[in-house]
Write a protein that binds this ligand. Structure first.
Ligand code: SF4
Length: 455
């Protein structure tokens, strides 16, 4: 009987994709997936350290696995992977002796099966935190978890060193994946029936192909746009300071590029942006927003905001509120600042905004954003939008969900065999986080059109 593995993933899309890669590597080594830790010989916890809260989840889960071992007598090989593994390394074992058998850093995941075998044979911890320049990944190994969408990494690591961010320390310096490797991966995803590609990198729009000096991010997306079978292209995340007009003009002429841009602002105050080392100002960010609105009026914007960064005054926070009003984001991820190890802010800037003030600010910001996105979504009622159906809704067996090109979640009645199709949906009802509608047969002349409708 095949040995079983379980991978639990916290954090971002990059981590989700690393888990797909680790799953493929373990399956190549003869393991089978299970969803039950009590049934697994190998349990991988793929961790996130971007927020303190995410890191705490690892220690909670390691404690639960220890209880499983003590009370149930089941003692799997426990692997800690991801950003906390890279950040903490062997000190994880000092903090909680015996809780992990393998610690694999973010750049060493290709060595996972070998490290697991070594830990099994020796019953001693195996640790690999080494940096690897090589960001190629063998074709056909990744076990893609979504039948409709595929992640494709284009850049790993980051050289920006924003003062609040752990990524340059946990994912290493910026390394570009060769264009040939990316295109092969994208074609492989299309051949396996995936309709939507999500290009991944810390700063996707900084891409320069190491194997083709003439290929920047715009040229890469143009090349991917040519691949038959791919209907939609998304990417996360671009950096506001690396946007080029050439890319926005490419978006005008390339219909497969989704009408959604994630533009992490982080703050609306130029003073705080400078302390964050973001290297753009409030003014230049808003200028970019206005250029996008002018060239691409149907594009939805989303953003990330941190409140309570060291030194943030009420006036700075007011600037964040006014930027939010002006930019009219479709959605926002907002966080209270927490100190992250090794970062410039951790070393040099006291965490001086009281917790109660951070809480008050985030509540106010989220209330404002709630009002803005409720109004944006309400304007879709009565419109017909193209929806790529990607899943059965979590709430109802008979309900499907999908996304518009603008990345708005749409719920609609229908059967599971619609998953993967793009269908016209007439919107009947809107909430702040998603909208509801019915497939509109008047907007879809024949059933076969439903299968092929573009976005
Ligand atoms: S650009 Fe800044 S926030 Fe984004 S990953 Fe790099 S260091 Fe972190």
């Amino acid at each position: 009987m095949a040995r079983k593995y379980l991978i639990e993933t916290y954090g971002c899309q990059m981590n989700a994709h690393d888990s797909e890669r680790m799953a493929g590597l373990l399956e190549q080594a003869g393991y089978e997936a299970t969803s039950d830790a009590a049934d697994a010989e190998v349990v991988v916890i793929n961790t996130c350290s971007v927020r303190e809260h995410a890191e705490d989840k690892l220690y909670t889960r390691l404690g639960e696995l220890r209880v499983l071992a003590q009370e149930g007598g089941h003692n799997p090989i426990v692997v800690v992977a991801g950003c906390v593994a890279q950040q903490e390394g062997g000190s994880l074992l000092k903090r909680s002796p015996g809780v992990a058998d393998v610690i694999v850093g973010t750049q060493a995941i290709k060595r996972l099966p070998m490290l697991v075998e070594r830990a099994m044979a020796t019953r001693r911890p195996a640790i690999d935190l080494d940096p690897f320049e090589d960001v190629t990944f063998p074709l056909g190994i990744t076990r893609r978890s979504d039948p409709v969408k595929a992640y494709v990494t284009i850049i790993e690591g980051c050289n920006e060193f924003c003062s609040f961010c752990v990524v340059p320390y946990t994912r290493g310096n910026e390394r570009m994946r060769p264009k040939a490797d990316i295109l092969a991966d994208a074609r492989d995803a299309a051949a396996s029936g995936r309709k939507e590609l999500q290009l991944l990198g810390q700063i996707v729009n900084h891409y320069e192909a190491p194997d083709d000096p003439s290929c920047d991010f715009t040229a890469l997306v143009e090349a991917i746009h040519e691949i038959d079978g791919i209907e939609r292209i998304r990417f996360s995340s671009p950096h506001p300071r690396h946007f080029s007009r050439a890319f926005l003009e490419a978006m005008q002429r390339l219909p497969k590029i989704c009408r959604h841009l994630h533009l992490p602002a982080q703050s609306g105050s130029s003073q705080i942006l400078q302390a964050m080392r973001r290297r753009y100002s409030r003014e230049s960010y808003l200028e970019l927003v206005h250029t996008i609105r002018e060239l691409l009026p149907d594009v939805a914007l989303s953003t990330d905001i941190i409140v309570g960064f060291p030194g943030e005054t009420d006036a700075d926070f007011e600037d964040t509120l006014s930027l939010t009003r002006e930019a009219q984001f479709h959605s926002m991820f907002s966080f209270k600042y927490s100190q992250r190890p090794n970062t410039l802010a951790d070393k040099r800037m006291p965490d001086d905004v009281p917790e109660s003030v951070k809480t008050r600010r985030i509540v106010e910001l989220q209330a404002l954003q709630h009002t803005i996105q409720s109004a944006i979504n309400a304007r879709t009622v009565g419109q017909t939008v193209q929806v790529m159906v990607d899943a059965a809704s979590r709430r109802l067996d008979t309900e499907l969900s999908g996304r518009t090109s603008q990345n708005v979640v749409v719920n609609l009645p229908g059967s599971a065999d619609w998953i993967g199709r793009t269908v016209p949906v007439r919107i009947e009802r809107a909430g702040p986080h998603s909208i509801w509608g019915q497939v509109s047969l008047t907007d879809a002349p024949t059933e076969p059109t439903l299968q092929n409708a573009g976005n």
